[in-house]
Design a protein around this ligand. Structure first.
Ligand code: UD1
Length: 419
């Protein structure tokens, strides 16, 4: 099993380009199932979850080919409607295949999705919405769901919470539905807008993504040869911002969607990090490591502070002068990494969804275990700013969201190796 060895205390200097967004490319790949033509998706990051999605599409009988950062999916035939359990169980995003596969072939066998262990991640809103659109869903055995529909019927759906996954699933189901679907209290994340932009390219009449109301007019068939470029990953950009914040230095991040990272930039600025947009898509991030605590930060749906940045931000606050309060409102159990940070000398108290982070003068290198994707990234952020050597085991979690993180960070002056 691979691990990172990090020698802390080196400032970061140089520039890094931001790769395509994992959370955008996965639903877009799921959407290619709807298209009988050829979809060419550019700017696809080289990540475990993306490989898993490619394998799933191949197992369905679609022709999938990867060349560099480009994935081509030819959707003229689908041979099966069973998603292999070993693949679906690897990641959360497999659940959005329900909407697209059911929409296209009318039946699917799929297990409950996997993904990071960050608390219970129910799929009740996905299931109730698809049922409202006409799907019959039975729990077979051992967590396998059997879903059937003649053809989805467009309808109005009001989500109890702006769930990203449920919004995506409904959008996909609605594309081949009879009549119009309206999603109210829809998620507004940039990845939802990206999915809409891809679907529009295939000819689907869909609008409203980025607001709380999305309207989709169903079609009887989608057949288009399209090329689409995925948006840059706002969480990867945000993670590099926290790396500089903690380790100090000056980094230019290329190809950033500034609006998408602005809540992360806002809170890092409040801590004393200097962040400037230079040109249209480049961000200059400077830190002298003199960080101060912030009163309180709450994770909320977009455009609020993202839950996917909470662990990396806590790793920065661990060395910020004063006490900060962090409230996780999206997931129930997202502080698993805190115990590991405490091995480095961090002073953090967690009570249910609230963490009180008392900044310490120094963190010292330690042996740690990554227990989920962003929690693992937080350990890297802390180790870069610590004195001495840290070992981070179980980095398979980190690889799910960051493409060759050690190469990127080494290129800007960090001392980090994979063994
Ligand atoms: C979430 C994040 C998303 C992030 C992704 C990957 C939010 C709002 N969502 O999306 O930004 O990119 O993780 O880490 O920040 N829920 C239910 N029933 C459901 C679906 C969701 O109760 O059927 C609850 C979840 O338990 C959670 C909340 O709704 O508390 C948000 O979940 P959702 O947005 O669906 O999660 P993801 O799609 O995984």
């Amino acid at each position: 099993m691979s691990k990172f060895i990090i020698e802390g205390g080196n400032r970061l200097h140089g520039e890094l380009s931001i790769t395509g967004s994992k959370n955008a490319v996965l639903p877009i790949l799921a959407a290619t199932v709807l298209n009988r033509g050829t979809s060419t998706i550019n700017n696809c990051p080289n990540l475990e979850d993306v490989k898993t999605m490619q394998e799933i599409l191949t197992s369905l009988g679609l022709k999938v080919e990867r060349k560099g950062q480009s994935i081509t999916v030819c959707g003229d035939t689908i041979k099966t409607n069973e998603i292999p359990e070993r693949l679906a169980g690897k990641m959360r995003s497999s659940i959005v295949l329900m909407g697209s596969v059911l929409g296209r072939v009318g039946e699917i066998f799929i297990s409950y999705p996997g993904g990071c262990a960050i608390g219970p991640r129910p799929i009740d809103m996905h299931l109730s919405s698809l049922r409202k659109m006409g799907a019959e869903i039975d729990d077979l055995y051992k967590g396998i769901l059997h879903c059937k529909v003649n053809r989805f019927s467009g309808t109005e759906i009001l989500l109890d919470y702006p769930s990203v996954g449920a919004t995506e699933n409904i959008m996909l189901a609605a594309c081949l539905a009879k009549e119009e679907t309206i999603i109210r209290n829809a998620a507004k994340e940039p990845e939802i807008v990206d999915l809409q932009n891809f679907l529009q390219k295939t000819g689907v009449e869909i609008n409203g993504a980025g607001t709380g109301i999305i309207r989709i007019k169903g079609r009887s068939e989608i057949k288009a040869d399209v090329t689409y470029k995925v948006i840059p990953d706002r969480i990867v950009a945000g993670t590099y911002m926290t790396c500089v914040a903690g380790a100090g230095g000056e980094l230019v991040l290329r190809d950033v969607d500034y609006e998408a990272v602005s809540s992360t930039a806002y809170y890092l600025r409040n801590c004393g990090v200097d962040i400037k947009l230079i040109g249209e898509k480049d961000l200059l991030v400077k830190s002298d490591k003199n960080l101060k605590a912030i009163e309180v930060v709450r994770t909320t749906p977009y455009p609020g502070f993202p839950t996917d940045m909470q662990p990396q931000f806590v790793a920065v606050l661990a060395k910020a002068a004063g006490a900060s309060v962090v409230i996780e409102t999206v997931f129930e159990n997202r502080y698993g990494y805190v115990e590991q940070l405490m091995r480095m000398g961090a002073d953090i108290t967690v009570r249910e969804r609230v963490a009180v982070v008392k900044g310490v003068k120094r963190l010292t290198g330690a042996h740690m275990e990554a227990c989920d994707l962003r929690g693992g990234a937080a350990l890297v952020v802390a180790a870069l700013s610590a004195e001495g050597t840290s070992v981070i085991n179980n980095i398979i979690h980190i690889d799910r969201g960051y493409d060759r993180l050690e190469e990127k960070l080494s290129s800007v002056g960090a001392k980090i190796i994979r063994v």
